[in-house]
Structure formats: C-alpha cells, structure tokens
Design a protein around this ligand. Sequence first.
Ligand SMILES: [Zn+2]
Length: 494
Amino acid sequence: MKKYAQILSLLAANLAHAKVDLLIDNATIISPINQSEVSIKTNHWVSISNGKIIEVSNNSTRPIANTMIDANGLFLIPGLTDSHTHLRTMPGLLKTDNDAKKMQSQFLKRQGANYLYYGVTQVIDPANTAQGIAEFNSHSFSPDAYFCGAMPIYQGYAAQGIKYQNLHKQRAYYVHQHDDPSHLSTPSITSLHQAKTAVRRLKKDGAICAKIFIEDGFDKAKNIRLINQESVKEITSEANRLKLPVMVHANATDMQSIALQNNIDILAHGIWNWLDEHQQEASLANSLPINVKRVANQILKKNTYYQPSLNVMRSLTDVMVPGHLNKNKYKTVLPNWQLDWYKSPNGQWFAREMLSGWKAMSHQQKFKYMQSKQTNGKRVLNYLYKKGAPILLGSDTPPAPTYASQPGLSTFWELRDMHHAGVDLVGLLASATINNAKAYQLESKYGAVLPGKVANLLLLRSNPLTSVEAYNKIKSVILHGIVHERTTFHINNL
Ligand SMILES: [Zn+2]
C-alpha cells in the first residue's frame, strides 16, 4: 500500500512538472454544480493538454506550458451547449430562388463560426444523421456537433407532404405504423422502420437521443396525423433499454400530457398553446390556469427536462415586425448579401406567409396574439423554474423558415429571454452547461470546468452571475484547448 502511495505521489509530481499545451492563470473559474449551486474559484490555474482539462489547482508550482494566458479580471466558464439546433439549412431560405444553392453553401460554410461567436461550443441537432453531422464538421470552424434520430410517422408532424414511397429516403428513422399504406413500400424497408428496429439503427449510427413528435396541429387545430400510443410505447421502451434519452416535440397542454404519461426524458418545447385557457397578457408571476398547472405539475413530479425554446414564438413574431432586421446584433452574424436578400421580395416570402390567412385581424392584433403565446411560455417557465424543474438551453434555431432566428444570436436571445422569464443567473448557466450535459448523457465530456472534460471553455470580460449581458462579452473561445479571440468569428472577419 505504501509503495502504491509513493508511486501515486511520484506521478502527481511528474504531472505538475510535465509540459502542458495551455495554462490559464488568474481567472475567476465559475463551474456549475447544478441548477442552484456553482463553484467559484479565484487564485487557481487550469492546465490543458491534448484538448482536455488536465488540472484545476491553486498549487504555487505551475506546470510549464507552451501557451500561457494571464486571465486576470476575466471569468472562465464551460462553453455553452445549445441542445436544439437545425444545422442543415440557411434560415428563411426560399428554395426556388435563383441563388438558393449559392446562398445555402455560403451559409453552411460559416454557420459554425456564428455559433462560436456567441460562445456555443456544442450543438445538438434533434433531427439529423451521421452524414449531416460529418458535413457540418467539414467546415473550418465548428462547435462539437451531435444529433438525435428524428422519428416522425407517415403524414405526421415533420413528415407532412412526403409520399409514402419516398419517406425512407427523406426520413431515415421514420416509424412504420400498422395502418400505413405499406403495399407502396417493400417489406425490407418496412422492417427497417419498425419502431424498435429504427431506435436500434439510430443508436448504432451514433445518435445520442431519439426524437418523437406528439403534435396534431397548431393550437386547437387537429389536422396532422398523431403518432399512436403503441408506437410511442415501443420507442420509449427500446430507447430506455439502450439508455438513450427520448426527446419529444410537444408545445400544447394536451400533447405534453401524452408525452408525460409515457415517461419521456426531454420536452423539446415550452407550453405556449394553452387551448381553452385564457391567454391574455399578464404578469409573469401570475398563477397558471388550472389545466396548464396540472401539466406543469406532472413535469415537476416526473423531473422531466424542460427546454422552454422561447425563441420559437419570439422569432415567429419578429419576422412579422417591419424593420426587425435593422437590429444591430444581426451585423455580428449576417453578411450584407444575406441581409439584403432577406429584405428583398423573395427574402420576405415567409414574413408574407406569416402575415396572411388571419381573416380580418389587423397587424396589431396578430402581434398581440403571438405575443400572448410568448407570455404563456414565459409564465410556465417562471412557474417551473421556481419549483426546481430541470431547465435546458435550446434555441430551436431555426424553428421554421424565419430569418429572425440566426445561429448563435438566437442562443444568446434565448438566454436573455429565459432570464427575463425568471431563471436566475446560476440556473441560467446550469441550463446552458451541466443540465444539457446530463440530459443528453454528455457529462463525461462537458458541462463543468473539471479535469478530464473537453477543453471547450469561454473567457468572459464580465461576470455571468451578475448580468446576462456577460454572454455577449466574450473575450476568447477555447475549442479543444485552442484559444481563439472572439473577433475571429465575427462576420466581418470570416
Ligand atoms: Zn426544432
């Protein structure tokens, strides 16, 4: 035993003297523990080698480092995880535009840098494939990217308008149901899309979760085929067996109720569709209507991860606001050609679509209606957060073809809106770091400033436990142990 201890201390001494790649000294190290606790260390240093954190220490003997940063006056936090991003398409793209292909490829080349500019060093796309992620990673700067396998059903949400014959080509993990027109497909394809088989396949392909859609139409509409109970049960039981979290698209009280009955792990949206309950604007802290509270209490009881995705309704509202694109912050992530195109008649297509089909409502009434949905979402978040539900940062960028949802910037606005809804700054940091890492089983790699984790870190010029604006005061982004000044990722420098 004594000998073993000697070897250990010898190893530790060697570790202290081994040359490391990077040493960050004198920063205030803020490492989240959970939604209400955070560790704050001053007079410590962090050593990094081979893209990983090696040591966090206040030992006066510092290792020799290839690069040393004196981070006096700066705050070191884990890089942010946005657990709801769609990485395949330029927001608001009109696919029939003459320049669509060119615009799309230019956007994809720099999308990762947009996320990094706002400190997002990990992204999760809940509806992608291994091939899609490889493509995302092939561009020069990119956050670490993960995907979930999306499991829509024929004619269901996220697969509407796709012919049955083509479904397997466009939706790699769609789920076959017994009343599908399977005579239009081959038995071998149908068997690959049995619920359990599809879950096994997506896990094998590298997905970190399975995503299902519980949606029968926006708000009170019932015009979308709803997944049947049998499929939900098969997916969740197989995913549980494979230790794969199940993420569910649902944003109305009735749909979230179904999700919760099935013990799913992550709710991909907040509850903003309250159906029969009143939806008038009111103070965020007002008590919730009884049916909404019933669903919220289920979330609390089951300790389900809740991704408020406030930016869905925010970006669907803002696309209708004249002059919205003149906001200065867009100039951090959008080049002039893209801004100009968005303002052109073709670029306005989705804004026109959002503004049409409301019968006799005035513009003012439309905004009010959309704003009431935003308020609903914030009120539920306020209630859940105060009672301790685990909250996740997920911006759902873009949730629809809206240009008011841009990579990175939307993540920052999501943080700002969550804070406005009542999530305090300790909880906010947790939602963007440790909570996402836990929910998606990435905790061995991300979520805290601790030895063994991937060295994806941010150096901030101001304290994120004092103001949400600190997330827009990033000095450097450290990606796998390599230090990049934030300005590198500014659109003017790409
Ligand atoms: Zn989404």
